[in-house]
Structures are given as C-alpha cells and as structure tokens.
Design a protein around this ligand. Structure first.
Ligand code: GAR
Length: 201
C-alpha cells in the first residue's frame, strides 16, 4: 500500500464498547484510512477498556468524578487526546456531555453515533420511544458533534424496519448491527477528507 497516511483517531467510550470494537477491527485493514491510537473511558469499569487492551490498543480511564467540574475534566481529556496525537475523536457510546469549549476545539474532527434516525429521538431510550410511537422505521445516525446534544450535521444514516412483536431488545439488536457497519464507514469517509493535521488549540 503506497502513500496512505492513516489518520490518528481516539475513541471515547463509557460502556461495553461494541462499536469501538467494530472500529478497531475495521482499522486493522491495511487500506483503512484511520488507525485507533487510544481508547479512553470516563468509567474505569467500562467493559470496552479491557476489550481494547486485548486488541493491543492504548487505553486510559479518566474518572469524571475525580474532577471538580466539567471544564477541568474536559481540559484533561483534551490534554490526553493531544498527548496521543489524536486528529479525530470518535464518541462510541460516550455518555457524557462535553463543554462548548471542548466541542469547538474539536469541531469537524469529532463524530458520534446515535441509535435513532436523527432528528427523531434525540437523547436516551430511543428504542423504547420508537416502539411507543408505533414507528415503522428506526435506525442509527453518525453525525458531527456540536454544542447542542445529538444535533450536528449528519454524515450517514442506516434504517431498519420495526417488526411486529419487536421489543426494545430485538429492535436494539437490529439497530446495533447497522451501527457496526455504518460507523467504520463514516470514520473512513471523515479520515479521507479531513483537512490539516492538527486540531485547533
Ligand atoms: C450504542 O448503541 C450507541 O449508539 C449508543 O450507546 C450504545 C453504545 O454501545 N449511544 C448513545 O446513545 C449516545 N447518545 P457500545 O458501547 O456497545 O458501542
């Protein structure tokens, strides 16, 4: 493979890390345009941390409860990301609100996956809410992160049907399978088109 410089992506998680794993696996392909340089969790007990370590990826736990406020947590997160030379930040089930300053610094370089067809069902419990509404379609969205929650420009979406007898679990599994396909493809698109090497300081 000639001339491919893999862009350096860090993944932020809070839990099991199945999307993170789909990114790590995709990035193992020689022609994938990004490499996963670190996985950082705000919870030390996140199952995804050991899954990342088992895949040979550098990991860090940054317990938000050890910081007096959001800006000080975000400042340390920013420092850690830069120490790893991250050019792209990927939120993969990172269930923590980021400050406007942090979001601005990484704008255009930070993406999130959300388990709904945005703008429908921002926030939590998306599968329950889609079922309660009698929705016939549901899905997932990868979007740029902006200050307002689940509201940035959409990069890619995948839809699944809602089937008779679906529960939040069966519907959630169908959506998650699409997340695992969509997220690596969206990260690859961003990595291929990302201008410049450095995030704003
Ligand atoms: C995923 O379904 C992701 O879309 C969702 O959390 C789950 C994390 O699972 N994210 C959000 O709800 C963000 N608002 P994972 O840890 O197995 O990837």
């Amino acid at each position: 493979m000639s001339g491919l410089r893999k862009r350096r992506a860090a993944v932020l998680i809070s839990g099991r890390g199945s999307n993170m794993l789909s990114l790590i696996e995709a990035a193992e392909a020689p022609d994938y345009p990004a490499e996963i340089v670190a996985v950082i969790s705000n919870r030390a007990d996140a199952a995804g941390l050991s899954r990342a370590a088992a895949a040979g990826i550098a990991t860090a736990a940054l317990d938000h409860r050890a910081f007096p406020d959001r800006p000080s947590f975000d400042a340390e997160l920013d420092r850690l990301l830069r120490a790893h030379g991250a050019e792209i930040v990927v939120l993969a089930g990172f269930l923590r609100i980021l400050t406007d300053g942090f979001v601005r610094a990484w704008e255009g370089r930070m993406i999130n996956i959300h388990p709904s067809l945005l703008p429908a069902y921002k926030g939590l419990h998306t599968h329950e809410r889609a079922l309660a509404d009698g929705a016939t379609q549901h899905g997932c969205t990868v979007h740029h992160v902006v200050a307002e929650l689940d509201s940035g420009p959409i990069i890619a979406q995948a839809a699944v049907p809602v089937l008779p007898g679906d529960t939040p679990e069966t519907l959630g599994r169908r959506v998650l399978a699409e997340e695992h396909r969509l997220f690596p493809a969206a990260l690859a698109d961003l990595a291929r088109t990302l201008p410049g090497a450095e995030p704003a300081s």
